[in-house]
Design a protein around this ligand. Structure first.
Ligand SMILES: Cc1ncc(COP(=O)(O)O)c(C=O)c1O
Length: 393
């Protein structure tokens, strides 16, 4: 019903993943394969295309009237998929999740304050903290039994009176960690004890592989609702990153008022019409597409893990429970990280996200976006086979 194997030529279509890659990667051959930024090479759900086609046919694209239908669609979606009851009045749309994180920082902290991040962690966390003149407080994740865990005792030792906010990524990027209820509860308790605002970025919450199950932070720890802001979006789930719409959700009316004040101060209280239409349509019509996608991505994960570990003996792909961002540690190959990166870039002509981008703990890792049609994924893995062939000799 949905053809995820179909190769769509995205080159020359303002696709950041394909059209920016040659410049930033330095790979200038026409056969470069981009496996970096987190978007997928698949067509959007048909319901999204129909909604946008209707908009194009109408041909009037004036200011968007927020009738509340968007937040209602969000609320219906998270209730159905995650059992989370969101009052639509708790949601403040923002132009994407990262901009929402910046607005939240401005609303709840001051320049010079510290924001906790659990590295290796999504690189834009670091960027937005620094751009807002706050400081990063790294709480190193620890890898045990093939997955990441938070070390809250170590973090406790590092807190200072300037530590005000925690950026929690659930599921985690990179590594695809789906946090357990107990882990989330422990973090929530920690935030309560140390008077920290918890920002839970759940943009990857729908991208669950196999039988993994996501628990929203609010569902695991409803008692901290007053210090919790959840950031969500339809854009990662339905491959609409260019729509650039997300939402900050909090049931604390005072916190919401402060976030809305920052949104108003930046002139962002009127929303992008195309983004709102596309994402509402996705939540309302995209469920069957998503189910099919998750089956496709689960098979792609298994294929990717087996092939990359066979290609480079000693390489280890962390088993993802969520996301489509393969996270591979090359330290066991015996090759220095620069040599691994050089082989992927020049021998395989593949552009990946270097592990160093994700902060401490990423030094020997590379992140591969495998959300691409199978023919492209096979070609990429064939090339990686060649790039590391001498290790198998
Ligand atoms: C954890 C996380 N948050 C946010 C984003 C991006 O959000 P947006 O494009 O809505 O700013 C990403 C993209 O990969 C992500 O991994």
């Amino acid at each position: 019903m949905f053809d995820f194997d179909r190769v769509i030529d995205r080159r020359g279509t303002h696709a950041s993943k394909w059209d920016v890659a040659p410049r930033v990667s330095g790979i200038d051959t026409p056969d470069m394969i981009p496996m970096w930024v987190a978007d997928m090479d698949f067509a959007a759900p048909p319901g999204v295309t129909q909604a946008l086609q209707a908009e194009v046919s109408l041909a009037t694209h004036g200011y968007y009237a927020d009738t509340g239908s968007w937040a209602a669609a969000l609320s219906d979606w998270v209730a159905r998929r995650h059992g989370w009851r969101v009052d639509p009045a708790w949601a403040s749309p923002t132009p994407g999740v990262v901009s929402g994180l910046g607005l939240v920082l401005q609303a709840v902290s001051a320049p010079g304050d510290e924001v906790v991040v659990f590295p290796p962690a999504y690189h834009a966390f670091r960027r937005i903290i620094v751009a807002n003149e706050r400081h990063i407080l790294d709480a190193q994740l620890v890898e045990t039994d093939g997955r990441y865990r938070m070390d809250l005792d170590a973090l406790r030792e590092k807190l200072t009176p300037r530590t005000k906010v925690v950026f929690f990524c659930s599921p985690h990027n990179p590594g695809g960690t789906v946090w357990s209820v107990d882990e989330i509860r422990a973090l929530a308790k920690f935030c309560e004890e140390h008077n920290l605002i918890l920002v839970s970025d759940e943009i990857h919450c729908d991208l669950l592989l196999g039988d993994a199950k996501h628990t929203p932070t609010i569902a695991a720890a409803p008692e901290i609702a007053d210090r919790l802001i959840t950031c969500i979006a339809a854009t990662k789930t339905f491959n609409l990153a260019g729509a650039h719409v997300g939402a900050c959700v909090t049931s604390n009316a005072e916190l919401k008022r402060r976030i809305d004040a920052r949104i108003a101060a930046s002139g962002l209280s009127s929303y992008n019409r195309f983004g709102m239409i596309a994402t509402e349509a996705a939540w309302r019509t995209g469920e069957a597409w998503l189910e099919a996608l998750l089956r496709y991505l689960t098979a792609a994960r298994d294929f990717f893990d087996a092939r990359i570990e066979a290609a480079a003996p000693g390489a280890r792909s962390m088993r993802l429970d969520a996301t489509y961002l393969g996270w591979v540690d090359f330290s066991g190959t015996g090759l220095p990280p620069e040599e691994v990166a050089a082989r992927i870039k020049t021998r395989a002509r593949i552009f990946v996200s270097p592990g160093t981008q994700f902060g401490p703990g990423g030094e020997t890792w590379q992140r591969f976006n495998f959300a691409t049609p199978r023919p492209i994924l096979v070609e990429a893995l064939d090339r990686l086979d060649d790039a590391f062939a001498d290790l198998r000799a």
